[in-house]
Design a protein around this ligand. Structure first.
Ligand code: FES
Length: 98
């Protein structure tokens, strides 16, 4: 993941955020990691075809918090909702060692 330049193994079914947090990193959040605040939003730099599909709740909250154009960019995803289904690279500022 960038810009930290770390590599993380994500067990199947685990969200991107949980996989990174399990390695001892802080990930910025503003809710109970339930898809409401969108503070955890990340950019999927590569592997867009290897992330879980966006659910209705994630879509609704991205629109509500960031406006309709937010969902026009498929690379913008909520880390607390998105699961990797293969190798991906994501970008998120503010992720740092705890
Ligand atoms: S942590 Fe709030 S939407 Fe992901």
């Amino acid at each position: 993941m960038e810009p930290l330049g770390i590599e993380v193994d994500a067990p199947a079914g685990e969200t991107v955020m949980d996989a990174v947090r399990a390695q001892g990193y802080f990930w910025p959040v503003g809710c109970a990691r339930n898809g409401e605040c969108t503070n955890c939003a990340m950019e999927v730099i590569s592997g867009l075809g290897r992330v879980s599909a966006m659910g209705r709740f994630e879509r609704q909250n991205l629109i509500r918090q960031r406006g309709p154009r937010a969902v026009e960019n498929p690379r913008l995803r909520l880390a607390c909702q998105t699961r990797a289904e293969g190798d991906i690279v994501v970008y998120k500022r503010g992720v740092e060692p705890e």
